[in-house]
Design a protein around this ligand. Structure first.
Ligand SMILES: [Zn+2]
Ligand SMILES: [Zn+2]
Ligand SMILES: [Zn+2]
Length: 234
C-alpha cells in the first residue's frame, strides 16, 4: 500500500489524495525504479493547471522522456510511449486474474469527472478513450501528439498490467481476429455458392433446351390427341 509522502498515512487505493493531510502524492512512478528528473521546462502546458510541464527521463531501455506536471502529477506521453513503458516495466505476467481486473475496473474514479481537456502541444480538444479492456482508465488522446494521464492513472495501469489486463486484451483481440476470419470465410463460401449457382444457370439453360424440346413436343402431343379424337369421333 502506498503512503502519503507528507504525513505517511496510508493512501486510499483509488486515489493520490491523502485523506488525512489533503496533499497530493506522486504514486505513478513508484513502479519505475530508476527514473531521474531532469526538470527541464518544456514548451508543453498542463491541460489541468495551465502551467508548463517538466520533462523527466524514466531511463527505461535507455533515455525515455515524458512530460509531467509538478502540480497535479499528470503525465503526457508521445504516441506509443505509454504502451512501450507499460511493456518495459511490467513483465512476466502469464495469468489473467479476473477478479482483480474486475475490482481494478470498478475502482478507478476520475477526480475530474467527465471533462474534455486540450492537447498540451496543439491545444485542440482531446478524445476520451478507454484504455485497454477492463482497465477502468479513460485516457485523453490527441491523435497526432500523444496521450494524457491524470495523476494516479499510470499507477492504475501498472496494476492492470500486473493483473493480466494486457493478456485479456490480447485474448479478446485474437478472438475478434478469428471471428473476422470466420466471417471472411463465410463470405467467400457464399460467393462460391453464388458462382456455383451461376454455374447452375447454364444448367438452367440446359433445362431451357429441354423445356424447349418439351414445348416442341407439345404440338406433336396435340396432334396425337387431335388425331385420336378424330379417330374416336369417326
Ligand atoms: Zn498526508
Ligand atoms: Zn497539472
Ligand atoms: Zn495535439
Amino acid at each position: 500500500m502506498a503512503h502519503c509522502s507528507s504525513c505517511s498515512a496510508p493512501l486510499p487505493q483509488d486515489s493520490i489524495h491523502c485523506a488525512y493531510c489533503g496533499s497530493r502524492n506522486d504514486t505513478d512512478l513508484a513502479g519505475v525504479h530508476y527514473y531521474t528528473t531532469h526538470e527541464l521546462e518544456s514548451e508543453r502546458v498542463c491541460p489541468r493547471c495551465t502551467i508548463k510541464l517538466k520533462t523527466i527521463d524514466l531511463n527505461v531501455n535507455g533515455r525515455f522522456f515524458i512530460e509531467r506536471c509538478d502540480e497535479c502529477f499528470g503525465l503526457f506521453f508521445d504516441p506509443n510511449e505509454l504502451e512501450a513503458l507499460l511493456e518495459a516495466t511490467v513483465t512476466n505476467v502469464f495469468v489473467i486474474n479476473r477478479s482483480q481486473l474486475d475490482s481494478i475496473n470498478t475502482l478507478k474514479k476520475s477526480e475530474y469527472g467527465v471533462s474534455y481537456i486540450k492537447c498540451p502541444v496543439c491545444s485542440t480538444i482531446m478524445n476520451r478513450v478507454n484504455f485497454g479492456v477492463k482497465s477502468g482508465v479513460i485516457i485523453d488522446r490527441c491523435r497526432e501528439h500523444g496521450v494524457w494521464l491524470d495523476g494516479g492513472e499510470l499507477g492504475h495501469l501498472f496494476e492492470w498490467m500486473k493483473a493480466g489486463g494486457k493478456l485479456l486484451q490480447q485474448q479478446r483481440e485474437d478472438e475478434q481476429r478469428k471471428q473476422e476470419l470466420r466471417e471472411l470465410e463465410r463470405g467467400k463460401r457464399q460467393q462460391g455458392a453464388q458462382s456455383a449457382s451461376g454455374g447452375s444457370y447454364t444448367d438452367d439453360s440446359g433445362f431451357d433446351l429441354f423445356g424447349g424440346s418439351a414445348r416442341n413436343s407439345d404440338p406433336d402431343l396435340f396432334d396425337i390427341v387431335v388425331k385420336a379424337a378424330r379417330f374416336f369421333l369417326k
